[in-house]
Design a protein around this ligand. Structure first.
Ligand code: SF4
Length: 500
């Protein structure tokens, strides 16, 4: 598959959805004497919200790595028949939504690479920003590698020592050489036959945590995956840290100085509400975002309602701080997933009805405040507002618990190109007109950061502020693994600079 085909495949898929697509979820476990495939399955199930395109597990029994992966949800890819043969005490798992590379079986993860008689497997959450330079440095033709995760595998394979080391740490040796050359966002889990590794990029864009089970260790994208396997949280894998886990225990290798820039959108939307980030409950932070929103943008209304389900905690917070009664305005069909067959073109306007149906008794003749965590492309939001009008709302006031989403993400969240973003070139007033609301307000970035309890410098806020912590290619090359002329946004500025 060429990069162009990959790109058109991704952008074609974007037309059918209006919200951000999550990036990926990763998990790894090392538990001598225990069978860990089923544990990995459970952890992936807990991380399903981070990626619904494909799922995979790699397991080692100490001598052989076996990989099973396929397109679909975790429960579609794995059943007892698939899990039973996956014997071993060491495993990594991955759920994927593509940010580079098309949605194809080849790009499902974990990626496996054989190197001589040995091999390794890796799972990646994030998005590299220097794929073009790295691929060119390898002398790879465009299209040979179809994802940045494959590229990492190729880089590692080329750094494997030609002769096996006495300590068996060939993959660790390769990682120490390759990791400093990667730019952008990467939370990785890797394994060879005997070792488990967790890696976070120097900015720590995507979360990764270390946990302890009875007799073993785990690494996971989010703490909710620790809960489901009965592990307790030990600590975050630090930005710029490589954690190695094997029969000797846990070792920490610092391969780059930390410059923490956790994705603030993890707090707003991506992470599961029962997870913890920077030591804070995501659910509690989302409720505080709603409270802040009520203080910043009060409203005369009869009912506060969420856009289910991601808007629920913020709506609860808004209601609590405003004193306006909280209630449900929609019933969500819980069984609509990514496998839902989209309606034909002429029915497309009705697609939101498949997912959300208004509770007319709650809405009719009411002034409603509808709370959403974010608006990215806006097409679904517009349909939701129309449904509320049809259901008899006398006034519809939209409140959003994050700032206007104006800049594309290059660090592992699929929001499409800048031209796909509703707020890219529209004022708040223009957006209100487009959505058909009586009033619209977004929460200020300073208030978002304050609600997290962590300092502003510790976050990436690029999609809201345009301040990219790591230089990024222009929109047109966002998904491409091909050389060419590009525009770079220099960190801390909105001004693009040309380079070839
Ligand atoms: S650009 Fe936005 S979504 Fe992407 S890492 Fe930064 S804050 Fe997160």
């Amino acid at each position: 598959m060429t990069a162009d085909a990959a790109r058109s495949g991704i952008l074609g898929a974007l037309d059918e959805h209006s919200g951000p697509r999550e990036a990926c979820g990763v998990f790894g476990v090392y538990a001598p004497g225990q069978a860990v495939a089923h544990e990995t399955y459970l952890a992936l199930y807990a991380l399903q919200h981070r990626g619904q395109e494909s799922a995979g597990i790699a397991v080692s029994d100490g001598e052989t790595i076996t990989v099973v992966k396929d397109m679909g949800l975790v429960t579609q890819v794995f059943d007892e028949r698939h899990l039973a043969p996956l014997e071993g005490h060491l495993a990594i798992g991955h759920v994927r939504y593509s940010t580079t590379g098309a949605s194809t079986w080849r790009n499902a993860q974990p990626v496996y690479r054989s190197v001589g008689d040995a091999g390794f497997s890796l799972g990646h959450n994030g998005n590299l920003t220097n794929t073009v330079d790295l691929a060119a440095g390898l002398g790879m033709l465009p299209g040979v590698l179809t994802s940045d995760s494959e590229l990492i595998g190729e880089l590692l394979a080329r750094e494997y020592p030609p002769v096996p080391r006495a300590d068996g740490r060939e993959l660790e040796h390769a990682l120490v050489k390759v990791l400093p050359r990667l730019a952008g966002a990467f939370s990785l889990v890797l394994m060879d036959e005997a070792h488990l590794f967790g890696v976070r990029d120097p900015h720590g864009f995507r979360p990764l945590v270390l946990g302890r089970t009875e007799g073993g260790w785990v690494v996971a994208s989010e703490t909710c995956a620790l809960d489901i396997v009965g592990a307790h949280f030990v600590r975050d894998v630090e930005p710029g840290e490589l954690v190695a886990i094997d029969a000797t225990g846990v070792r920490s290798i610092r391969y780059a100085p930390p410059q923490p820039k956790l994705c603030v959108f993890e707090f707003v939307y991506i992470a599961r509400p029962d997870s913890y980030l920077y030591g804070q409950s995501v659910h509690a932070v989302r409720q505080r975002l709603g409270e802040e929103l009520a203080r910043q943008a009060p409203c005369q209304a009869d009912l506060v309602m969420p856009v289910p389900e991601s808007g629920v905690p913020a709506a609860q917070g808004y209601a609590r701080a405003s004193g306006i009664p909280y209630g449900d305005g929609f019933v969500k069909n819980r069984y609509v997933g990514r496998t839902f067959i989209q309606p034909s073109q002429h029915q497309r306007g009705a697609s939101v009805r498949v997912k959300l149906n208004p509770l007319r008794e709650n809405i009719r003749n009411k002034r409603v405040v509808v709370v959403e965590d974010s608006i990215v492309r806006g097409t679904t939001t517009r349909q939701i507002i129309a449904l509320l009008r049809e259901a008899g709302a006398t006034e519809v006031h939209m409140r959003v618990s994050s700032p206007p989403y104006r800049w594309p993400c290059f660090y592992g969240l699929d929001t499409g190109k800048r031209s796909d973003l509703l707020a890219a070139d529209m004022s708040v007033g223009e957006i209100a007109d487009y959505l058909g609301v009586d009033s619209l307000a977004y929460l200020d970035l300073e208030r978002v950061v304050a609600a997290t309890g962590s300092p502003g410098e510790s976050f990436c806020t690029a999609c809201f502020s345009g301040r990219y912590p790591v230089p990024v290619p222009d929109d047109d090359t966002k998904f491409a693994l091909e050389p060419g002329r590009r525009t770079l946004h220099v960190p801390g500025t909105l001004e693009p600079t040309e380079r070839t």
